[in-house]
Design a protein around this ligand. Sequence first.
Ligand code: FUB
Length: 339
Amino acid sequence: ENEDTVAEEEAAAQTDSEYLTEPLVTDMYTADPSAHVFDGRIYIYPSHDIDAGVPEKDDGSHFDMRDYHVYSMDSVGGKITDHGVALDIKDVPWAGRQMWAPDAAFKDGTYYFYFPVKDKNDVFRIGVATSTSPTGPFKPQPEPIAKSYSIDPAVYMDNDGNAYMYFGGIWGGQLQRWSTGQYNPNDEYPADDQPALMPKVARLSPDMTGFAEEVRDVQILDENGKPLLAGDNERRFFEAAWVHKYNGKYYFSYSTGDTHNIAFAVGDSPYGPFTYKGVLLNPVQGWTNHHSIVEKDGKWYLFYHDTQLSGKTHLRNIKVTELKHRPDGSIETITAYNP
Ligand code: FUB
């Protein structure tokens, strides 16, 4: 090794350690953190991982979660509070199994909690539950959101008061079973040279509990304006959609699943199209990668998870680190894990 290489490696190690953080919660396993600032306080809506004893399978059956807790803190680095069970699967009349990554939103005095769970036919649907408190407990609607399917709802509230739900996840998230618009129990994937399965978006109705319009595809385009292809595993959408706005642009970020990146794409409308720009979080420890992005007191933060506490892919722990936008609109790539 010459001196230049050593210096470069040291510089890279320093950059990486800047992002090495500790689990926010250590007495339970938590994952998929959706963070929001409501009334000046940070609220985190994660999945609650448990070891249900289900063997590991490609369809994610081992992620067999049964309830949700909400966490809050005054500021990043401050004390984190566990507000207890916010929603339990036994209180959702249509639910079968597997409460996966949730999100929350606020409008006109009510907090809305959105959650994917398989129904009694083992088909993922998205439910909504309400509360007057950001920490719940949340009361679920008796049915899933009409025409909802698949997983990982993320609700973005635009400045004009319109709210949009982004959702979808392939493989265990079942998005590949909806390519005709109807549920087909057989997985259908496009060929590698065809456009990838795209995430979905629908504007929410003013009461926040349903879709105000037909579900649309979110187009993620390459640098030539062509949809990312199904075989482009390093860049194509897999799950974990999130949207934030920075300098008037909409940033759509997501997990690439089997290649474990959190990628981002930028557009001018909440519907997209979004042009792929790069990776904002490199793979973390564990198979899944799932995040959210939020601004607090003029700084931007990335909430994410890894498996530091358990070393097991389905028993994760949430973390947070700073996220930096560059003046040209790009985002600094975070390496939060040194293998
Ligand atoms: O937590 C269960 C699933 O794992 C989530 O819904 C996916 O995004 C992945 O993180």
